[in-house]
Design a protein around this ligand. Structure first.
Ligand code: ATP
Ligand code: MG
Length: 369
């Protein structure tokens, strides 16, 4: 078990800086999930922690020891990749045993550890098979077993489930939660999957353009995205982002008018001097509430029924794109029907021209019962 400390960790490829000075302390036994759009530097950051990529600047310390110059094998880390990278000519048992044989562990200990890792990942009955006779999910379980068999202090996982189908992903997601509980290992996990990020993480790290944009507990990041980039990265379907202008200030929060003319009271704290500033109003689909007098009205262009809830995609006069509203359950609708919505001020987000979120009025503290 170990802490992971990144200090000013930077990666440049030629002229391009793909990881900007990253400083982050990950606690012993913590499960951290890295998210962000394709190309934002997640894999590069992970590979620098693993020792597979040499940092241009900064340091990596694991368990209090500076390992910036240490080879991958001497860092106490193991990495699981999106592609399983198993040896096709070796059995499952030999694939899992491979790192232990390289480390020249005694035969009896190798056998014990392989059996233990196989049991943990439900592979006991498959130990004699070759990788080609396994399903995708089974192959990925073998690569995870191979990673944990050395009992690394830190397990790095780069989109380990992205080649699997939805059902298998859900099962494996539970497996990871269980493994983390059982082994208490520090885990750093890269994913594009919202469910994995929200349910597995102790903390989410959102990256954008090589920069760490925000670090926090999943629900804190979801409720209080610090920037447009974070708002766009967390939540599915994504937050509605509407160009708007500040038209009023005040202690209760700024009033804005969207470019289509909807006047909306927000909870954002904005100095009066900023009246007239072009901003972005953010509203999550589940925060739009049906209201005949609401400022958001649009004609239904698409209605998606998921069973327990539905998403209405509303076209807007004079604007590109749609607003997405979440509705409970299912209902009959006619395409083209106009639905009006309002948003409670406490559920709004407001982003400055540089993308940073304006602070929100703290929610009223709930009454003591
Ligand atoms: N060896 C390399 N040489 C030059 N540029 C590279 C190299 N490796 C990565 N990059 C660039 O660095 C940037 C970050 O890449 P990285 O693989 O870390 O992104 P990522 O966040 O993991 O993306 P994805 O979600 O698509 O996996 C990209 O623009 C990529 O093209
Ligand atoms: Mg990647």
């Amino acid at each position: 078990m170990a802490t992971v400390e990144l200090t000013g960790l930077t990666k440049r490829f030629g002229d391009a800086t793909v990881v900007r000075p990253a400083t982050l302390t990950i606690a012993d036994g913590e499960f951290v999930v890295l998210v962000g759009p394709s190309g934002c530097g997640k894999s590069t950051l992970l590979r620098m922690i693993a020792g597979l990529e040499v940092p241009s600047d900064g340091t990596v310390a694991i368990g209090g020891r500076d390992v910036t110059q240490a080879p991958p094998a001497n860092r106490g880390v193991a990495m699981v990749f999106q592609s399983y990278a198993l040896y096709p000519h070796l059995s499952v048992a030999d694939n899992i045993a491979f790192p232990l044989k390289v480390a020249r562990l005694p035969k009896t200990e190798i056998a014990e550890r392989v059996a233990e890792a196989a049991a943990m990942l439900d592979l006991t009955d498959l130990l004699a098979r070759k990788p080609r006779a396994l399903s995708g999910g089974q192959r990925q379980r073998v690569s995870i077993a191979r990673a944990i068999v050395r009992r690394p202090q830190v397990l790095l996982l780069d989109e380990p489930l992205s080649n699997l189908d939805t059902g298998l992903r859900a099962r494996m997601r539970h497996e990871f939660a269980r493994l983390h509980q059982q082994l208490g290992m520090t885990m750093i996990y890269v994913t594009h999957d919202q469910l994995e990020a929200m349910t597995l993480a102790n903390r989410i790290v959102v990256m954008h353009g090589g920069r760490i944009e925000q670090v926090g507990a999943p629900l804190d990041v979801y409720r209080r995205p610090a920037s447009l980039a974070v708002a766009a990265a967390i939540g599915s379907p994504g937050m509605n982002l509407l160009p708007a202008t500040i038209v009023g200030g005040g202690a209760d929060g700024a009033t804005v008018r969207t470019n289509e003319g909807a006047v909306v009271q927000t909870a954002a704290q904005v100095p009066d001097a900023l009246i007239g500033t072009a901003v972005t109003l953010g509203v999550r689909p589940e925060h739009l509430v049906p209201d005949p007098t609401g400022p958001f009205a649009g004609a239904i262009e698409l209605f998606e029924r998921l069973g327990p809830l539905s998403f209405a995609h509303l076209g807007r006069q004079g604007a590109a794109g749609t607003i997405v509203a979440q509705l409970p359950g299912d209902r009959g609708v006619t395409l083209g029907e106009v639905l009006p919505f309002a948003v409670p001020p406490a559920d709004t987000h407001l982003f400055a021209p540089d993308g940073r979120a304006y602070p929100l009025t703290p929610p009223p503290s709930s009454p003591v019962r």
